[in-house]
Design a protein around this ligand. Structure first.
Ligand SMILES: [Mn+2]
Length: 319
């Protein structure tokens, strides 16, 4: 039995289905979660589908969550999308259901769940959910809003079809989703626009980025900087891809100081593999897009040195 057949059978089997995604959700987390919910609701209107995970931090134009209580989990099927490891699942009771399923596109370092469907070649978890929908044209239905959510997730995780994970399949799936009735131009604008204060922070990042001669970059967002620009940690996600605009940069880290004293580290790359660095520093992710944590400035310095080494050996292999 194909894994997608098994997942469809599980969905048919349960009356209540609770869908989780990762903490600090991005458009792909909300798109895959909400898109799957719309498929199930539209196909099986008698089923109860709940979205778990709490507030959506500035992405409420995409979706809002449901109130989910512990008793809702009794006899329920839990599906978790876009979340590599259980510690990152948003919401507490994800393990209290009768069965649970993982659907994801990150490296499968922790294969949690009774069923695990991971495709690391997919651009996004939303692409996986969209392919699931298109694989059962006689069985599954989706609403226009479901198509909108999946499209948003693909646009989010591919940087608007820019990153290498964007495959011909990604574009085909996005094209088929675009046939549904939603305002694509408005959605693209909502995903792309930033507040005036975050635009000012863009200026700070370019102004203060340090880069070595091989193209390893770093920038620090200290508590003082965050206060000066009046931004919170979740708003800094908008600046993460920014250094990639520079032609000579290859890999970079953005160190975001946390009130507790440690640093959240956002790592991005155009080639050198950086998720191995992330794993050594309490993190993980994709080869070209990862997150880590540094206890203090000394660990930040170690991380930057490891980026420099990864960039240097990447350049050597190219030469
Ligand atoms: Mn994703």
């Amino acid at each position: 039995m194909k894994i997608t057949d098994e997942i469809l059978a599980k969905i048919k089997e349960y009356e209540t289905i609770i869908i989780h995604r990762h903490k600090r959700p991005d458009p792909d987390a909300l798109g895959s979660q909400g898109g799957l919910a719309e498929i199930i609701k539209t196909t099986f209107p008698e089923k109860r589908v709940l979205l778990a995970g709490g507030p959506v931090e500035g992405l409420d134009f995409l979706n809002t969550m449901d109130e989910v209580t512990t008793t809702d989990y009794q006899g329920a099927l839990v599906i978790v999308t876009d979340t590599a490891n259980s510690a990152r699942i948003s919401g507490d009771d994800y393990d209290k259901g009768a069965a649970w399923i993982k659907i994801d596109h990150h490296p499968n370092d922790e294969p949690y769940g009774d069923l695990t469907y991971v495709d690391t070649a997919a651009s996004s978890c939303s692409e996986i959910i969209a392919r699931f929908y298109f694989a059962y044209p006689d069985e599954l239905k989706i609403s226009d809003n479901g198509a909108r959510l999946l499209y948003a997730g693909i646009v989010g995780d591919t940087g608007r079809f820019l990153y290498p994970a964007t495959s011909p399949t990604t574009l085909k799936v996005a094209g088929k989703l675009a046939e549904f009735n939603f305002n694509r131009a408005e959605l693209n604008r909502q995903l792309d626009q930033v507040s005036y204060k975050v635009a000012k922070l863009f200026g700070y990042v370019f102004e203060n980025l340090q880069m070595d001669e091989l193209g390893a970059g770093q920038v620090f967002l200290t508590q003082e900087v965050m206060e000066k620009y009046n931004v919170v940690d979740s708003e800094t996600s908008a600046v993460v891809s920014l250094p990639g605009k520079i032609d000579s940069i290859l890999a970079w880290a953005i160190f975001v100081a946390q009130p507790e004293g440690f640093y959240r580290v956002r790592l991005r790359s155009k080639g050198p593999v950086i998720n191995e660095i992330a794993k050594r520093h309490a993190g993980g992710g994709h080869p070209l897009a990862s997150g880590a944590n540094a206890k203090n400035l000394a660990e930040c310095a170690v991380i930057y040195q490891e980026i420099q080494e990864a960039v240097a050996s990447f350049r050597q292999e190219l030469a």
